[in-house]
Ligand binder design. Structure first.
Ligand code: SF4
Length: 399
């Protein structure tokens, strides 16, 4: 697709490196087409690998969040390959899908090109701002000066880039629609990854999360495969300034309408906006099963697997087919019972009555973990221990 929109560069075209981290992963169609149309040969740093993570952690100049460390890893990886001229976009504002007002990128994302420029002397950092609606003329003028090109040439290249981005986004939405339809048809549960493209889509950063979810019977769906433009946020959320945070909220409001879907919130240690956004997400998802995974450079996979197993088990999916049914143990309930608490408006919740559980056959024989039966006045019928009843009797619980 990138070649289709950008065309094939000349053999002697100037080379520009793209460290594939932060917002460049999200806006790759825009910027790749833009530079290719201007006659550059784009050299991608490639998928994140363990070695890139190691380099980033070792060379980052301060304690940034994990994605910024990954950026430093990609920058040094390109330098090792002899690509000194590198493009790092300055994403200041972007309009979330279906909304009108541009919203901010976080301070780390905005400052990333300047931090790299100040700390990696060998890199010749080219920094252009992502165009903001209403500021096009100023943007064209600035970019033409930075690149030493004609202003009209710059505008044409950016028009092609934005068209490529729209085609890419539309392709993601169509793929997402097909995927969700397949899940519904099969009755298979899906887990929507809520985060940012640079942590939901990067396998090394999220420790192969999609495969690990699939191993637990949950099909992973990236949040930007959902039709976010159909869910502009209501006024209730007008104070959320962060563009990616708003998109995650849009995805949360969409996924909770589908009883097949649960949410996996992917965040990173040291993320400023997520200190707020994660709480907003938990508010939106209060009646929907979800888990928060905070990833950092420890890259410890065992802890992640344990949490995913516990999450899947709480949904009633994990090894019900494989082990618990075989051993006769309770495989757990389907997570759909949580939908009894139904979200109705931004501030109002409605509950439907809980059906009375069938009496437990084991209660008469021995202790079991069912809630005690209640009397007509609502008090527990299970005898309360008193000061004189400390000695176990034949009716005491067996643990
Ligand atoms: S949004 Fe969070 S994770 Fe992303 S760059 Fe900013 S601080 Fe880091």
């Amino acid at each position: 697709m990138l070649e289709e929109h950008g065309g094939e560069p000349a053999a002697d075209a100037p080379v520009i490196g793209f460290p594939l981290a932060l917002s460049l992963l999200d806006h790759l169609p825009t910027w790749h087409t833009f530079f290719t149309r201007l006659g550059y040969r784009v050299e991608l740093s490639g998928a994140t690998r363990r070695e890139i993570v190691r380099q980033g952690v070792a060379r980052v100049p301060a304690e940034f969040c994990h994605p910024v460390k990954i950026l430093f890893g990609h920058v040094h990886h390109l330098l090792d390959r002899g690509v000194a001229r590198q493009f790092i976009p300055h994403l200041r504002l972007a309009v979330p899908p279906g909304e009108e007002e541009p919203r901010y990128a976080c301070a780390y994302t905005q400052s990333a090109p300047y931090v790299v420029r100040a700390n990696v002397e060998a890199a010749d950092v080219v920094c252009l701002e992502y165009p903001v609606p209403g500021e096009e003329r100023h943007w064209e003028q600035t970019v033409a000066e930075v690149l030493g090109r004609d202003r009209r040439e710059v505008r044409r290249a950016m028009d092609a880039g934005q068209k490529a981005q729209r085609v890419f986004t539309e392709g993601c939405r169509q793929e997402g629609e097909r995927y969700l339809e397949t899940l519904r048809r099969r009755g298979q549960p899906g887990a929507v990854l809520l985060g940012r493209p640079y942590n939901t889509m990067d396998r090394q950063v999220n420790l192969n999360l999609a495969r690990r979810l699939a191993a637990q019977g949950l099909a992973a769906v990236p949040y930007d495969f959902l039709p976010l433009e159909q869910e502009p946020l209501p006024f209730f959320w007008f104070r959320v300034r962060w563009g990616y945070g708003r998109q995650a909220l849009q995805a949360a409001r969409l996924l909770k309408k589908d009883p097949n879907l649960c949410a996996v919130i992917v965040t990173n240690f040291g993320c400023g906006p997520d200190a707020f956004v994660d709480q907003y997400l938990e508010y939106e998802l209060s009646d929907t099963p979800h888990i928060v995974l905070e990833l950092d450079d420890h890259q410890a996979e065992a802890g992640l697997v344990t949490r995913l197993e516990a999450f899947a088990r709480s949904l009633g999916q994990y090894p019900a087919e494989r082990t618990e049914k075989a051993t006769g143990m309770d495989p757990g309930r389907s997570f759909q019972h949580l939908r009894r608490l139904t979200y109705t408006t931004s501030r109002t919740f409605r509950t439907t009555p809980t059906p009375t559980p069938a009496p437990c056959a084991r209660r008469a024989a021995t202790w079991c973990c069912c809630p005690p039966p209640t009397t007509s006045r609502g008090a527990s019928a299970r005898p309360r221990p008193t000061a004189g009843s400390a000695t176990p009797t034949s009716s005491s619980p067996v643990i």
